[in-house]
Design a protein around this ligand. Sequence first.
Ligand code: G3P
Length: 214
Amino acid sequence: MEIYVDTANLVEIKEAHELGILDGVTTNPSLIAKEGIDYGVRLAEICEVVSGPVSAEVIATEAKAMIAEGKERAKIASNIVVKLPTTVDGLKACKVLSDEGIKTNMTLCFQPLQAMMVAKAGAYLVSPFIGRLDDIGEDGTELIARIRTIYDNYGFETKILAASIRHPKHMLECAMIGADVATLPLKVIKQMMNHPLTDSGIETFLADYAKAFG
Ligand code: G3P
């Protein structure tokens, strides 16, 4: 399973990269707004740290403008993936950019047929937002399972990127279902390595060792 960090904060990205298991980065307009820096400048900085896919979201909402903006973003570095909203215009832009060899990540996917359509348009990634579905009383991980079934039924190669992951349980469920990629905050990446029995076990081992050997 590939793991991306979901942030535009360079300090967090460097920390995640230093773990040695980071496969990519996702950003969005809300995340870059928190940083107060030009989006293009920050994307270039991220691509200097991470060689895997770095998602850059377009601000445009109309297909032609999305295509133009996507092409500009793709010039920043060879690992830029153009992130487009999962709308009719986004679908059109996805098809054009994919046909030209530019990778796309279709974001804000909330139902399985959206995922089927963008796969037909050649999307490299589709981003179902599981936390936001849970927020409105739906089952986010069920969406991942349905997309997995559809993609496996027809051999679609689009990767399922589980997004809007809020805690390790989301991550575990996505891994059990077979999401190809998950993007998550640094905090959740670190939480995946936590267990109180690991900590208490280390304490006991070290105390026993100190007692015997000083
Ligand atoms: O990857 C999508 C993510 O940035 C959205 O997460 O927690 O705002 O729903 P959240």
